[in-house]
Ligand binder design. Structure first.
Ligand SMILES: C[S@@+](CC[C@H](N)C(=O)[O-])C[C@H]1O[C@@H](n2cnc3c(N)ncnc32)[C@H](O)[C@@H]1O
Length: 205
């Protein structure tokens, strides 16, 4: 009998994006994630520079560019970047797509907003400190990190991303960021029911 997947067992991202249609991927969500819309509206953000880490299909990068943000979007999968680039080009959007592993980040820039929708929660726990240090360097002083990840309340699904509690977020990110809000929500995408998730807004101190 096949052993159920445990959190922390992830696909070969490059193979996945090369072989599958992005529309079928669990995290695929056309249009801006409703939690992101709510957060940027609450902060009164109307433009500026954004980095979308682990952009995958590029839907969030595209939705942000459509709102007038200057967007850089990265992923470690070349196939993902190519597919996202083609989608953005079809919409005549100018997004800077960069092949980049956030754990060996080559970007030399700072952003008003850094978005991570589903990348952090697939990283190996041993790489979290390095990730947080890197991301802290990528946010402009006074800028924001917005993070969406699975919640510890998601117990129905076998395997998949690592789960986090609001206390985990405070413990992990609280040194370099003010954790402004952690909202219990769902991960909008293609799964039924939608997995339970956290949406976190953090300000760089
Ligand atoms: C759950 S998907 C989310 C995709 C996208 N953010 C979205 O909301 O549709 C996670 C993404 O993170 C990317 N990823 C995984 N590890 C990464 C790393 N070390 N650096 C950059 N991207 C990574 C994967 O290729 C994948 O596209």
């Amino acid at each position: 009998m096949k052993r159920p997947a445990r959190p922390g067992e992830f696909p070969d991202w490059e193979k996945l994006y090369r072989e599958e249609e992005v529309e079928s991927m669990p995290w695929f969500h056309i249009g801006l994630d409703p939690d992101l819309t709510e957060a940027i509206d609450a902060l009164g953000m109307t433009g500026g520079t954004v980095l979308d880490i682990g952009t995958g299909p590029g839907t969030q990068a595209i939705a942000l560019a459509e709102l007038g943000y200057r967007v850089t979007a990265t992923d470690l999968s070349d196939a993902a970047i190519k597919k996202a680039f083609l989608l953005a080009r079809k919409k005549r959007l100018n997004i800077d797509f960069v092949l980049d592993d956030i754990l060996k980040c080559s970007l030399d820039a700072r952003f008003d907003l850094v978005l991570d929708r589903g990348c952090f929660h697939v990283l190996d726990p041993g790489s979290r400190a390095g990730y947080i240090n890197t991301v802290h360097g990528l946010v402009s002083p006074g800028g924001y990190l917005m993070l969406k990840c699975f919640s510890v309340l998601e117990t129905a699904m076998q395997g998949g991303p690592y789960r986090f509690s609001p206390e985990d977020i405070q413990r992990l990110f609280g040194k370099g960021f003010i954790v402004a809000s952690v909202k219990e929500t769902v991960f909008h995408g293609q799964l039924t029911p939608l997995p339970k998730a956290l949406f976190c807004v953090m300000k760089k101190v």
